[in-house]
Design a binder for this molecule. Structure first.
Ligand code: IFM
Length: 442
């Protein structure tokens, strides 16, 4: 079956349900000489940080090929395109707009508008300007205010070309992967850093929400969070407790401050030096109302109790994608239902979902049946959540095309379009055709 189908009466087959594809600036644009350096340029230049030793200098060369890429997006028949803005491309070191960078995005946004494709703009997808990292990066509270200033300038420049703004993409990844275990830029390691960075990221989000409310009250403004639901290996109470701690540490840490105005209670159990520096009023800023919540989902994790830590994560088992993540769509439904029960949520958009597959291109075809199956199962999982009463209004495939997969370099392919990095030729994979058919059959 190289089709993706949904039950005939599914809300996801109504025209109002938005289908899109997603990308991020550093992963596709290239042309690093046309912008300020960012933390990922520096990280890639260090040894043993990226699996294939690559970097984002060329990536998908989208900086020069954006026009044909938008034509490609349009050819898929999607309603929306989720892209991110490279902060170091649009803001100079002295904090002013860089007209060359702004024009690059203005041209894209105008072309999307012309084609009636809604622009879902993410303002931060991990490419922090290096000069800000040199000043402490997300460990420095000042970075949150710099972010709000950038958001202020760029949203005025974009005028009414945008449909939706997300402040941050996956602050968990920026904070934990970047500042706690160091597998992402800027590569800092230390348990004492993660929650401090997370707090400044969330503060940046809250400050930016006020700016958006002032400059762009007619767009859908919110944040994109990733969730890897935590399951206990069995029913033993110590393992259930371990999984619940992991869930608070990795998942709830980023959503609870936004909707409940506080961090999970495990905060009290963390050593003092790991506590974020919370100033009076911060939690009110962070819990500014949002118009939507973006949810990124790929997989789940399984935990058991540990003798010398709060929890132990077990290796993934079962069916795995090429990046080693378990295929477990049931966790997607359960996640959406549990978030809906726990929090008073605005409408949800699935802002990322997809699979890394070891694709091969043969005679101009990419037969990526495993990816089609992944989309099929996960779209059905979303449908079940909707049927049980969760308000989900859109779905974005990650990703439009193969791109720079962070610490994995170009070795892992997530696209529904294949990219030959030598020739930069794009070829729609079978999953891309299936996605297009699903959308056009509505
Ligand atoms: O490629 C990333 C994306 O940048 C953020 N969410 C997860 C994707 C797959 O790892």
């Amino acid at each position: 079956m190289n089709k993706i189908s949904l039950p005939i009466n599914s809300k996801m087959l109504k025209k109002e349900f938005i289908y899109g594809v997603a990308t991020a600036s550093f992963q596709i644009e290239g042309a690093s000489d046309k912008r300020l350096p960012c933390i990922w340029d520096t990280f890639c230049a260090k040894e043993n940080t990226v699996a294939d030793g690559s970097n984002g200098d060329i990536a998908c060369d989208h900086y020069n090929r954006w026009n044909e890429d938008i034509e490609l997006i349009d050819s898929l028949g999607v309603d929306a395109y989720r892209l991110s803005i490279s902060w170091p491309r649009v803001i100079t070191e002295s904090g002013e707009l860089n007209p060359t960078g702004v024009d690059f995005y203005l041209n894209i946004l105008k072309e999307l508008k012309k084609r009636n494709i809604k622009a879902f703009v993410t303002l931060y997808h991990w490419d922090l300007p290096q000069h800000l990292e040199d000043n402490g990066g997300w460990l420095n509270r000042e970075t949150s205010y710099k972010f709000a200033q950038y958001v202020d300038l760029i949203t005025v420049a974009f005028g009414d070309l945008v449909h939706s703004y997300a402040t941050l993409n996956e602050p968990f990844c920026s904070a934990f992967l970047g500042y706690e275990i160091g597998v992402h830029a800027p590569g800092k390691v230390g348990r004492e850093f993660g929650k401090k960075a997370a707090h400044h990221l969330l503060l940046a989000h809250g400050l930016a929400m006020s700016v958006l409310a002032k400059n762009s009250p007619n767009t859908l403004n919110g944040i994109v969070l990733n969730f890897t639901p935590a399951y206990a290996v069995d029913d033993k109470s110590e393992n259930i407790l371990a999984a619940s701690f992991a869930d608070d540490y990795y998942n709830q840490w980023y959503i609870k401050p936004i909707f409940d105005g506080k961090y999970p209670e495990i905060l009290q159990e963390l050593p003092d030096n790991c506590h974020p520096e919370i100033h009076p009023g911060d939690m009110e800023v962070i819990s500014h109302s949002v118009d939507f919540l973006g949810i990124n989902f790929y997989t789940r994790s399984v935990y058991k109790a540990s003798d010398d830590d709060y929890f132990e994560e077990l290796p993934a088992t079962g069916k795995l994608t090429d990046i080693g993540w378990e295929v477990y769509p049931q966790a997607f439904t359960e996640l959406l239902q549990s978030l809906n029960e726990r929090y008073d949520l605005p409408p949800i958009y699935i802002t990322e979902n997809g699979a890394a597959i070891n694709d091969k291109i043969v005679d101009n075809d990419v037969v990526d049946q495993d990816r089609i199956d992944y989309y099929q199962e996960h779209l059905l999982a979303v449908n079940v959540a909707i049927e049980s009463g969760v308000d989900i209004q859109g779905y974005f495939a990650w990703s439009l095309m193969d791109n720079f997969e962070w610490a994995e370099g170009y070795l892992k392919r997530f696209g529904i379009v294949y990219v030959d990095y030598e020739s930069q030729i794009r070829t729609i994979k079978n999953s891309g055709h299936a996605y297009k058919t699903l959308i056009s059959n509505r």
